[in-house]
Design a protein around this ligand. Structure first.
Ligand SMILES: Cc1cc2nc3c(=O)[nH]c(=O)nc-3n(C[C@H](O)[C@H](O)[C@H](O)COP(=O)(O)OP(=O)(O)OC[C@H]3O[C@@H](n4cnc5c(N)ncnc54)[C@H](O)[C@@H]3O)c2cc1C
Length: 475
């Protein structure tokens, strides 16, 4: 199979073999804005900023190459925030939740239009998203979300019959589901590398293989790297899960793994089962299963939620890099979901860190309440679409505007949502064990025990709400 470089098959496919990395930073320099992190948040922030004020001098530093983080190794679901409407409503209030959810749906089209306008072939296919049940307990898990949206005359989802769900998903493991037409799928590393190219063309400086080693919080702040530093009027921390190195952000995030496998190319087989368009599918379990097909006819299947590895403290290092340590388990679930593909060969696997906030929603603000060191993270495994909005929010905040983005409901100080170590690490493992037990019981058609339900209720908000969950989406 294609090249596996820098942590995912996607990125191997997207890296132009002849293209050199951008230079590392050597020596000291100044910039109006220094962005730490060359993923979607950092790149969209830079692009939005440049569109607002072309005279700005913007420098991005990236510890690896742009797109080497989750932006270049995710499942490629470009979702809106409608699936998270309950928590959105809880955090921002109903009217603002509707505005943000609609803006997030518009962002999907804007990403497609941006690709079109700038010659980025990211395999963008706007074929929608199916929120499905793969066991009886998951059926109707979406009801409270649809009902909450309907109270505002918003109807982003269609209810499909069980027959349609089984036929369109390509497997009768899917018992029920609702469909949202707006979402798209992409080959994410092609998108990340395309944004990098556009950023460079627009005069944004990019330093790759340049990690932030420390942040000097003087005024103005200084971003230190191994061989030089950048003094900037404004700093944007677009570091995703790696942001947990900052204690203020760590208290609001828990970092978990998401793991993916890709089958061999088998376009005829996918056509035969009836699942070969750009539609994306997630099921309703807590350790969520998510899958889609690729243009060259592979099935890419992931397992997330609170899966796999969890770092202790604030240091992630390279623990999520390389092939997935859970590939056999993910393959098992792929074949459980698609018995017709039981003979499919798995060509590759990879993994990456997820920055889960308690609400499942991203948050944006100023570190220590400052207006010159900004952050945006907490996408919780749904960032491909929402980072477009995140970039807009961070651009407005950087420019000191008081518009609908800088003041939107996702701008908030991080609260102490997760305990400090060692409770966080050991507690996290206990909660995860309960989640696995809950999912397993429900697959077996049994009701999970009360202790299991109680411990699982401490998990951060996922897609499907359940009664008693501490993240408060059971209403
Ligand atoms: C396996 C997996 C599957 C996923 N599937 C989906 C999906 O299908 N749909 C969806 O919407 N979301 C998905 N996500 C989540 C999505 O990928 C992220 O929310 C999104 O990419 C976040 O973009 P970002 O720019 O904030 O973070 P990143 O892409 O992680 O960018 C942050 C960058 O900061 C860099 N960095 C970190 N520390 C430093 C430092 N000290 N100095 C300099 N640079 C640093 C990192 O190398 C990285 O490139 C998935 C994530 C994973 C891991």
């Amino acid at each position: 199979m294609a090249d596996f470089r820098r942590n995912s098959h996607w990125l191997g496919e997207a890296l132009d073999k002849d293209e050199a990395d951008a230079p590392s930073l050597i020596g000291d320099t100044k910039a109006d804005v220094c962005i730490v992190g060359g993923g979607f948040t950092g790149l969209w922030s830079a692009i939005h900023l440049k569109e607002e004020d072309p005279s700005l001098d913007i420098a991005i530093i990236e510890k690896d190459v742009c797109g080497a983080g989750p932006s270049g190794r995710n499942g490629g679901f470009v979702l809106s925030l409608w699936g998270k409407f309950l928590t959105l409503q809880k955090i921002c209030g109903g009217e603002e939740a509707v505005r943000i959810a609609n803006a997030s749906a518009d962002a999907v089209g804007s990403i497609g239009a941006f690709c079109e306008a700038n010659g980025i072939d990211a395999h963008f296919r706007q074929d929608g998203w199916l929120w499905a049940a793969t066991n009886a307990a998951q059926i109707n898990a979406w009801d409270s979300t649809l009902e909450a949206a309907a109270r505002y005359q918003q109807y982003p989802f269609e209810r499909w019959s069980p027959e349609t769900v089984a036929a369109r998903s390509g497997s009768d493991r899917h018992l029920a589901g609702v469909f949202e037409a707006t979402p798209a799928s992409v080959q994410p590393a092609l998108l990340a590398r395309g944004l990098r190219r556009v950023a460079l063309e627009r005069g944004i400086r990019i330093y790759e293989n340049t990690p932030l080693t420390s942040l000097n919080k003087g005024r103005p702040p200084r971003v230190r790297t191994p061989k030089g530093e950048i003094t900037a009027e404004k700093v944007i921390l677009a570091m995703n899960a790696w942001g947990i190195r900052f204690a203020e952000l760590r208290k609001a995030l828990v970092v978990v793994s998401s793991d993916l496998v890709a089958t061999e190319a088998m376009p005829e087989k996918l056509a035969e089962i009836g699942f070969d368009d750009g539609m994306t599918i997630s099921d309703g379990r807590m350790l969520v299963h998510y899958y889609r097909t690729t243009l060259d006819g592979r099935l890419v299947f992931g397992k997330g939620g609170m899966n796999g590895l969890m770092p202790y403290g604030g240091n992630i290092g390279t623990m999520f890099d390389g092939p997935s340590t859970l590939s056999k388990d993910v393959e098992h679930w792929l074949k459980w979901t698609y018995p017709a593909l039981s003979q499919a060969r798995i060509d590759t696997s990879w993994a990456g860190p997820i920055d889960r906030s308690k609400s499942g929603l991203p948050f944006f603000g100023g570190l220590d309440g400052r207006s010159d060191i900004l952050y945006g993270m907490g996408y919780s495994g749904n960032g491909v679409g929402p980072t477009y909005l995140g970039g807009r929010i961070l651009a407005s905040m950087t420019l000191g505007k008081k518009d609908e983005w800088a003041t939107c409901g996702l701008v908030r100080q991080p609260s102490r949502d997760f305990p400090p170590e060692p409770i966080r690490y050991f507690g996290g493992h206990i909660v995860r064990r309960a989640i696995v037990a809950k999912d397993n019981a429900e697959d077996a058609g049994k009701k999970p025990g009360r202790l299991t339900e109680y411990l699982a209720s401490f998990a951060p908000a996922g897609l499907s709400p359940f009664k008693g969950q501490k993240a408060g989406i059971d209403n």
